[in-house]
Design a protein around this ligand. Structure first.
Ligand code: NDP
Ligand code: 8X3
Length: 250
């Protein structure tokens, strides 16, 4: 029988690539996101309702999430892997120029949405001796100007992953934090309010990671023997590395 992965945020970027990769490896997938047309198109591409179940909801809406999970048909209920990928950054400005509503949107999505779906799935994951893969970021460990609340949400994701791992190891549940750096996806359009020029500037000449690189990493983590837990993976394109600390001088 095929294993089942539930992948949040599968309507673009990493999530789409992860769904494609898991289906190619023989898994069936439950894919989530708000854009129903994209979920349906991906399901058609990947073999239709035999292989793919679409759940369309906003991850900030707990009621909608509960209803969606309760609607899962029996053949898609025994989730073996939860890939918490849905997330976003909004803005690149300094803290005092940021929009408070955008900060709250990032916290509601990247933190509250992620912990809510994780909590709702735990009984199933424990019964399946399953796997949780959380998409954090290099921003979890490496602060940078303009990263403020986005980086803090990803630090939460990283630390929550390690804490979950402590709690669940005796039940055979594996937990991994994936921490990518510069990666090409709609993420950058979302972060910059749809500014294509900002997108082009960021990626130009940088040979960034691609969603398929992240999908490869997530699938590798999932394909290891059940006694092996990858705690965290930090992954950057070769072109990206560290810079000196900034020093402000009067
Ligand atoms: P994309 O913008 O391409 O994809 C984000 C996904 O999240 C979409 O499918 C979107 O679906 C979903 N999503 C966002 N908000 C919500 C919401 N409120 N409810 C439900 N789904 C939502 O970004 P990436 O694929 O690049 O990013 C995926 C994850 O990886 C994110 O958590 C991001 O923070 C992280 N990451 C990204 C990096 C990058 O440089 N690209 C680097 C490191 C980490 P929809 O809009 O249809 O709801
Ligand atoms: C996205 C990577 O460096 O823009 O999480 O924060 S970065």
């Amino acid at each position: 029988m095929s294993k089942i992965a539930l992948i949040t945020g599968a309507t673009s970027g990493f999530g789409t690539a992860i769904a494609r990769r898991f289906v190619a490896e023989g898994w069936n997938v439950v894919i989530t996101g708000r854009r129903k047309d994209r979920l349906d198109a991906l399901a058609d591409e990947l073999g239709g309702s035999e292989r793919v179940l679409c759940l369309c909801f906003d991850i900030r809406d707990e009621t909608a999430m509960r209803m969606a999970l309760e609607s899962l048909p029996p053949q898609f209920r025994q989730i073996d892997a939860l890939v918490n990928n849905a997330g976003l950054a909004l803005g690149t400005g300094p803290a005092d120029a940021c929009d408070l509503d955008e900060w709250k949107t990032m916290i509601d999505t990247n933190v509250t949405g992620l912990v809510t779906i994780t909590r709702l799935m735990l009984e199933t994951l424990i019964a399946q001796r399953g796997l949780v893969v959380n998409l954090a970021s290099i921003a979890a460990s490496w602060p940078y100007p303009g990263g403020n609340v986005y980086g803090a949400t990803k630090s939460f994701v990283r630390q929550f992953s390690l804490g979950l791992r402590s709690d669940l190891s005796s039940r055979g549940v594996r937990v991994t934090s994936i921490e990518p750096g510069l990666s090409e996806s709609e993420f950058t359009l979302v972060r910059n309010g749809g500014d294509q020029a900002a997108y082009d500037r960021l990626y130009k000449g940088s040979n960034p990671l691609q969603p398929e690189d992240i999908a490869e990493t997530v699938y590798w983590v999932a394909s290891l023997p059940p006694h092996v837990n990858i705690n965290s993976v930090e992954i950057m394109p070769v072109s990206q590395s560290w810079a000196p600390f900034q020093v402000h001088r009067d």
